[in-house]
Design a protein around this ligand. Structure first.
Ligand SMILES: Cc1cc2nc3c(=O)[nH]c(=O)nc-3n(C[C@H](O)[C@H](O)[C@H](O)COP(=O)(O)OP(=O)(O)OC[C@H]3O[C@@H](n4cnc5c(N)ncnc54)[C@H](O)[C@@H]3O)c2cc1C
Length: 400
């Protein structure tokens, strides 16, 4: 049986392993951390296309059970609360595939436990450092001095992928998109809840804010702040309390709910992370090695599609390896099936992200609001984002 070494037990790795197992291969996951639950960002939203991919590999029920609530609509408003658009309304989508918001740690647990239940082996505390390849095998090396041998190596190790660094040392680095991300959970507050199943996104005067009230009353929130790129050390040295002050100041002239939500949040929620994307790599595979998820193509969080793209990748990769014994042929078919779609979605994320930093010029804000209203009404009228969420990988059909 073909053994596949999957580096990374985050979001995409376990789903890839489940798909490979279903396709008759023998995947083993090697994760650097000591258990599930470490990662960027407090929570994320999974779209119908991603949920459909999870269904194909038998992980949908677990993930839906781990989800915090449904998010089938997004209401966009400006800093004064004036509505710019309403997207979503997934009435025509089968109930099981309607978008949900899930805590990242809960998602990782759901997919890793689900994959393990299906028979996938997972080893924690295995930080990949390098690999060597022969005509018939690939050997992965880990920081603890151990090695593992298989016929294929999959780098599902995230945006700063070590596998990519070894496979393609000349690959471009992820690009900082000019935004810092913060966010977390605030306790139940004396505020009107967001409309049912709806995230409210606020294009503020100087920054961007999103929030949704959970059925428990707890508020899930995040914000994007325009800033030049900062190192981890620079972010840490500023201090969480100072970041909180800074965020409160940026939203001072916007909806008062934002201040109420943020004031109730823990200062550690304000320690930002730089947001990056990775638009186009010269190659996604070389020899017996392939990249998947953020390692191959990081889409900005503004697209709400990063995890769903990793799940779709997982199915296509497994399809390719199922359909031919020739590893390079399978990996080329995988890249061919995925590249155009994900690169279009990276472009969508970039475009959305560009509007988030606000402006000190009131005329520019007015123009932004107007163009947003036009754009959202066109999307609503012509369903022009459906190519993203209605996409389904035809796992049962042959790829090669
Ligand atoms: C703030 C924020 C909000 C987001 N919101 C959304 C959203 O709403 N919807 C959405 O679909 N996407 C969202 N995304 C994007 C989404 O999180 C990613 O696209 C997704 O996590 C990619 O999955 P992955 O498995 O490729 O990488 P990851 O989830 O990053 O997993 C990589 C794994 O590899 C492990 N690893 C790293 N290096 C090594 C190594 N050397 N050896 C072994 N293991 C290693 C890591 O520990 C980790 O477990 C968001 C991202 C951010 C930053």
């Amino acid at each position: 049986m073909t053994k596949v070494l999957v580096v990374g037990g985050g979001v995409g790795g376990p789903v890839a392993a489940a798909a490979l197992h279903r396709a008759g291969l023998e995947p083993v996951i090697y994760e650097a951390h000591s258990g599930p639950g470490d990662g960027l960002g407090a929570f994320l939203t999974l779209a119908p296309n991603g949920l459909a991919a999870l269904k194909t590999v038998g992980l949908l029920e677990r993930v839906r059970a781990a989800a915090s609530f449904a998010t089938t609509r997004i209401e966009f408003v400006n800093g004064s609360g004036r509505r710019l658009g309403l997207l979503g309304g997934e009435e025509k989508v089968p109930a099981e595939l309607r978008s949900v918001t899930v805590n990242r740690a809960a998602l990782q647990r759901a997919v890793t436990e689900g994959a393990a239940e299906q028979g996938v082996r997972l080893e924690y505390g295995k930080r990949f450092t390098s690999y060597a390849e022969s005509d018939s095998a690939v050997i992965a090396e880990f920081a603890d001095g151990t090695t593992a041998s298989g016929q294929v190596l999959v780098g599902a190790d995230g945006i700063h992928s070590a596998v990519r660094g070894v496979m393609s040392p000349d690959a471009p680095d992820p690009r900082y998109i000019g935004l810092l991300g913060i966010g977390g959970y605030s306790p139940a507050l004396d505020l009107p809840p967001t409309p049912e199943e709806t995230t409210r996104m606020v294009f503020g005067k100087r920054a961007f804010f999103g929030y949704q009230t959970a059925p428990s009353g707890e508020v899930f929130w995040f914000a994007n702040l325009g800033n030049s790129e900062l190192s981890r050390e620079e972010i840490a040295s500023y201090g969480d309390a100072a970041w909180k002050e800074r965020a409160l100041e940026l939203f001072r002239d916007d909806l008062p709910e934002i201040t109420t939500i943020m004031e109730a949040a823990d200062p550690s929620d304000f320690r930002p992370q730089g947001i990056h994307d990775l638009a186009s790599l010269p190659r996604w595979h070389r020899g017996r090695v392939a990249l998947l998820g953020d390692a191959a193509h990081a889409v900005s969080p503004s697209s709400g599609q990063g995890a769903s793209m990793a799940f779709e990748d997982a199915l296509e990769l497994a399809r390719g390896l199922r359909d031919t014994d020739k590893v390079p042929t399978a990996l080329a078919a995988y890249e061919n099936a995925r590249r155009d779609r994900v690169e279009r979605i990276v472009a969508v994320g970039r475009k959305r992200g560009a509007q988030k930093a606000g402006s000190s010029n009131p005329a520019a804000l007015k123009l932004r609001d107007l163009s947003m209203r036009v754009a959202f009404s066109l999307i609503r009228r012509f369903g022009s984002q459906r190519w993203i969420t209605e996409y389904r990988v035809e796992f049962e059909n042959s790829l090669v």
